[in-house]
Structure formats: C-alpha cells, structure tokens
Design a protein around this ligand. Structure first.
Ligand SMILES: NC(=O)c1ccc[n+]([C@@H]2O[C@H](COP(=O)([O-])OP(=O)(O)OC[C@H]3O[C@@H](n4cnc5c(N)ncnc54)[C@H](OP(=O)(O)O)[C@@H]3O)[C@@H](O)[C@H]2O)c1
Length: 283
C-alpha cells in the first residue's frame, strides 16, 4: 500500500518548507501549498480548501497571519470541518504561546474527534534571518520594544522535526508539545550573539511599542499588521512566556538547539552575507 499524501500549509514558510523537505527526504509524498501554488491555498478563501486537500490523509496546519487575530478560531473550525469531509484523519496544528485566540483554536482541534497534535512554539530564531528582523540585522541596527523581556527562542529546524515525528509516529498521536529553545534570551542578547558571530557591530535600540507602530505605519503597513505587532509586543511579550519548556526533548528524545548553534549554522549556510561581513570573514 502506498504512503498517503500529507498536505502542508505554507510551502515557502519558515516551518512548512522544512517539514516538506524532511518528509520528502524520508520518502513520504507531500503536497505543500500557499496562495502562490497550484492548487492554491488561501486562508481568506475557503472555496479553494477542498481542492487543496483532495486525496490527503494528514495535514500540517500553519495559520496566517497569526492565531491571535480575531476570527482565527472560527476559521480553524471551518478548516477542520472541510478536512473531515475531504477524508483527512490527522491534523498537526502550529500554535503560539500566551495567545488566547491560539489556545481557543487548539481546543477546536482537540475536541474535533480527528487524530490531533498541537505544536505550541515560542518565537522562532528564524525571525532574525528569514523574517521581519532580517533588514535590521543587515542594516546594523535593530529597534524593538520589549528589549529586556527574555524569550526562549526556538530553531524552526527543531519545530519541523517535532512536526514530522508527530506525523510519522503513531505513539505521539493526540498530544500537545510545547516547544521552546533551551535558554532564555532577550532580543538584545540575541542581537549581541549574531553581532559576535558575524564579527560586525549591530546596535540594539529599545523603543516603545508606540514608536514601533508609528514607524511601521510610516512604512505604509496595513492596519491588520499594526494590530498584530501591537498584540505581539504588548500582550505576548509581557514576560508571561519567559519560561523554558521541554516539548522538543519529549518528542525527539534530545534537547533543543541553542541560539548560538542556530547563528553559526545560518552563517555557514550563507545567511546575513553583506559585503562588510564577507570582508570581516576574509581577514
Ligand atoms: N514567527 C514566529 O516567531 C512564530 C512563533 C510562534 C508561532 N508562529 C506561527 O507560525 C505561523 C507562521 O508564521 P510566520 O509569520 O513565521 O510566517 P511564515 O512561516 O514565514 O509564513 C509565511 C508564508 O505564509 C504564506 N501566506 C501568507 N498569507 C497567507 C494566506 N492568507 N493563506 C495562505 N498562505 C499565506 C506566504 O506564502 P504565499 O505568499 O505563497 O501565500 C508565506 O510564504 C503563524 O501561524 C504564526 O502565528 C510564529
């Protein structure tokens, strides 16, 4: 009997792309989708969901823009109903910590009757190399609120391995894994580690949430992004998530990777390679 196809929401996303690569390497067929694929998958257009799901038996679900946004729980409930009709039996949901909306969406899945996993993750390391902080790192200046709130940043490679374990090991079914990195670091400390490893000065400016929002507004970002950034830097980054959890070890039997390991790996893979960095490395 052939292995059933796994649907991955987020073909080019930070964790979706990694889950896709790992499953493919293991010989499991996948269908990785987003708004730019064929078939397409758009969280804002449920009419296309069934076509994207057709023939799949499991799915890795990453919501956009964030499960904290109003209406996310209802959208997830609709997604679960469509998945059930399409014959999907197992859903693995990527969730966030300290977000009321995210925890409501988790409940929708846990009570659905389908086989489920929740992978509840801290802030990703890859925000510094593949996300909204990359421009600041490259420009040598990162300006953020919550500079002194410690967070156990996690490597997206670790998240992907936990998700793949959930999708491929029946013994892990119907469990929640709260995954974080192995240490608490402030944004300032993360920036300092990147600067040290790159041998480049990167300044950290501790600004207020209002200053961040004013800057983003001036760049022309939409209200929905401003709402989410305010939520992330005031509600989520208020210190309530400043604790380490052991979900990586529980699922994989090994500890989570450190932030410095992530930085070294990213540099080795060619990340953050500006002219100044290349010059410093050549000396
Ligand atoms: N980043 C973190 O630190 C963090 C921490 C915990 C949890 N999370 C959760 O992880 C998930 C991913 O977050 P992320 O910000 O890091 O993004 P990401 O994984 O980098 O995903 C970005 C991708 O989402 C796709 N996308 C955007 N809007 C979409 C839509 N309406 N429908 C379908 N696909 C869409 C885009 O591809 P196309 O343009 O091709 O559609 C893009 O490649 C979110 O649910 C977030 O809450 C993130």
């Amino acid at each position: 009997m052939s292995t059933p196809t796994t649907l991955i929401i987020g073909k080019n996303a930070k964790t979706g792309s990694r889950v896709d690569a790992l499953l493919t390497r293991m010989g499991h067929p996948t269908r990785a989708v987003s708004r730019s694929t064929t078939p397409a998958f758009d969280w804002e257009d449920p009419t296309g969901w069934a076509q994207a799901m057709a023939g799949c038996r499991a799915a890795y679900v990453t919501f956009q823009p964030d499960l904290a946004v109003p209406g996310a729980r209802e959208t997830i409930a609709r997604f679960i109903a469509t998945a059930r009709q399409a014959g999907i039996e197992h859903l693995v949901l990527l969730s966030g910590r300290g977000e009321a909306g995210a925890q409501q969406a988790e409940q929708e899945l846990m009570n659905s009757g389908l086989t489920w996993n929740v992978v509840r993750a801290s802030w990703f390391n890859q925000n510094f190399s593949e996300g909204f902080l990359i421009e600041g790192i490259l420009a040598g200046e990162v300006a953020l609120p919550a500079g002194n709130i410690p967070e156990p940043f996690i490597d997206a490679d670790d998240i992907a391995e936990v998700v793949v374990a959930c999708l491929t090991q029946p013994a892990l079914a119907n469990q929640l894994f709260e995954v974080t990195g192995p240490e608490l670091l402030t944004f300032q400390e993360c920036v300092d580690i990147i600067a040290e490893e790159l041998q480049q000065p990167i300044e950290f400016l501790d600004i207020s949430a209002e200053q961040l929002l004013q800057g983003l507004k001036a760049e022309g970002l939409p209200e929905s992004v401003l709402w989410l950034m305010n939520e992330l830097f005031t509600v989520v980054m208020d210190g309530c998530n400043s604790r380490i959890e052991t979900g990586v070890e529980q699922a994989l039997g090994r500890p989570a990777k450190s932030f410095r390991e992530y930085v070294r790996k990213t540099i080795a893979q060619g990340g953050w390679q500006t002219e100044a960095v290349l010059e410093a490395q050549a000396q």
